[in-house]
Design a protein around this ligand. Sequence first.
Ligand SMILES: [Fe+2]
Ligand SMILES: [Fe+2]
Length: 277
Amino acid sequence: MTSDALLVCQISDLHIKPPGRLSYRQVDCAAMLGRCVQEILRLRQRPDLVIATGDLVDFGRPEEYAHLRQLLAPLPMPVYLIPGNHDERDALREAFPDHPYLRQWPPFVQYVIEDWPLRIVALDTLIPGQGSGELCDQRLAWLERALAAQPAKPTLVIMHHPPFPTLIGHMDKQGLRGSEGLAKVIARHAQVERVLCGHIHRPIQVRFGGTLASTCPSPAHQVALDLTPDAASAFTMEPPGFQLHGWRKEFGVVSHTAFIGDFAGPFPFRENGKLID
Ligand SMILES: [Fe+2]
Ligand SMILES: [Fe+2]
């Protein structure tokens, strides 16, 4: 990291269960997160920090968070956690006593990280026991104050539920209450470079509040691509992934999606300076 550049890795929807248990009796989310961590460690450019945008575990249980801790332990850089609808705030805080930012504004897990040239403002969209999310007036007022405190510092807002429709019917039914209010707050603060979300288990980008909002693939299962109101609630084992958000002071954030798997290459385009025919 310099004061002019930063590389942020986003992982999302890890859905970790206790050791030996498969999600939906199908997916070994722990093994797939392990592979994701290895891929992050093998990147040619090591990220300065990792953000994990919710659904960290599958049922919010202490033994799941203990397993998550083990799986994230090989990452040498700071990892910032936020809850999703599968998480439980107190169990999350108790499992990560060495992550003091989780206690900035109880009972919510909303926080600001000031340690980097990009400011990180994390929102808590959780409604305990429900799949849908919410940003109530209290949480939005906190965001307004947080953004007003540093209007000139480029900022990433991170949250679990995306504040936009995805066209995937069963996901849109468990949407986010308060997204109109969020759009108004974001639109008042031009320093917001991105609104980075999870929950949808696939990469999506939408214009939102005068900036770009997006979701991230999961390192495990993906939500099936079916853009209909009555889309079945289903997942697929498409290539898993994570995202890299590179920031440069001159032009802002550039976002990439990285897929996890055994792929052939890289192969050269050119030989002796000429395109290979
Ligand atoms: Fe999820
Ligand atoms: Fe979710």
